[in-house]
Write a protein that binds this ligand. Structure first.
Ligand SMILES: [Zn+2]
Length: 194
């Protein structure tokens, strides 16, 4: 009986983890992060940052596609006799697909969106125009908003999601945090902010 439960849990964990591998692992290679300040420092707004948001969006979507793996392998394991392991895989894969499908009912499909990239571009446009907040605007993306580094005015109250930089909280804690948060910002608006 114990081994049955262990197989089910192993299947479920594996099935839950597979779709998250692209954004948890691929984006964290050092070559990919050379030009960004280390986590968790604020990131200056630039076309590079906008590009990064779009890359992360791609990684998340790639992950949604890899959900097919646990579904297919789960199904095969059920057919092949290793059914508890298979059910675990299948359930976890289905769970991930359902949570991504929620987007059709409203809400962001994944942590990084096209809208986010557009808002960053908008802030940069304003900083370049005559309506800029100060003579030398330096918009930066902090965890809880986009602020100007020169005059510290808040330019956009968009929360910063995980942007794929290697995390300062270390490999395991960083991983666990990413796994739980799925890359979404872990601060909430209604919490008191420092
Ligand atoms: Zn300013």
């Amino acid at each position: 009986m114990l081994s049955v439960i262990a197989f089910f849990i192993a299947g479920f964990l594996l099935g839950h983890l597979i779709p998250r591998v692209p954004f948890m692992v691929l984006s964290r290679t050092s070559g990919f992060n050379k030009r960004l300040p280390p986590h968790p420092e604020p990131i200056p707004l630039s076309p590079r940052l906008t590009q990064r948001v779009l890359h992360m969006r791609l990684f998340h979507h790639l992950g949604t596609m890899t959900t097919l793996l646990p579904l297919v392998f789960g199904y095969l394991s059920i057919l092949g006799g290793q059914s508890t392991f298979g059910y675990g895989l299948f359930l976890a894969g289905g769970w991930t697909l359902l949570s991504r499908a929620q987007a059709f009912l409203g809400g962001a499909p994944v942590a990084c969106t096209l809208e986010m990239a557009q808002r960053l571009q908008l802030v940069m446009n304003v900083a370049d125009s005559e309506e800029a907040c100060c003579p030398h605007p330096q918009p930066e993306w902090w965890v809880e908003s986009v602020r100007c580094a020169s005059c510290s005015k808040k330019l956009d109250d968009m929360l910063r999601p995980d942007l794929g930089r290697p995390r300062k909280d270390g490999f395991f804690r960083g991983w666990l945090r990413l796994w739980i948060s799925d890359g979404y910002p872990m601060v909430h608006k209604d919490e008191p902010q420092k």
